[in-house]
Design a protein around this ligand. Structure first.
Ligand SMILES: [Zn+2]
Length: 78
């Protein structure tokens, strides 16, 4: 199996550093962890990824708060 996954920063083919299998219900999900062969570049990619994840989590909690606020309003009206 060839796993083509170029680095988003430098375009070099990323290398697989770890493969793990996770059983979810009846299916097995394969988690492939890849890394840029250039450690310095990978470090920057990690920082970028973390920033993206933080942003997503912040957005998610904000929208959950809004949904909760809407629900609370509905119950007070009715
Ligand atoms: Zn790279």
């Amino acid at each position: 199996m060839t796993h083509k996954n170029p680095c988003m920063r430098c375009g070099t083919n990323r290398i697989v550093i770890r493969t793990s299998f996770e059983k979810i219900g009846n299916s097995t999900v394969t988690n492939i962890e890849t890394s840029c062969p250039n450690p310095e570049c990978q470090r920057k990619v990690d920082i970028d990824n973390k920033r993206q994840t933080d942003k997503r989590l912040a957005m998610k909690s904000r929208s959950e708060e809004r949904a909760r606020a809407r629900k609370n309003k509905k119950t007070t009206i009715s």
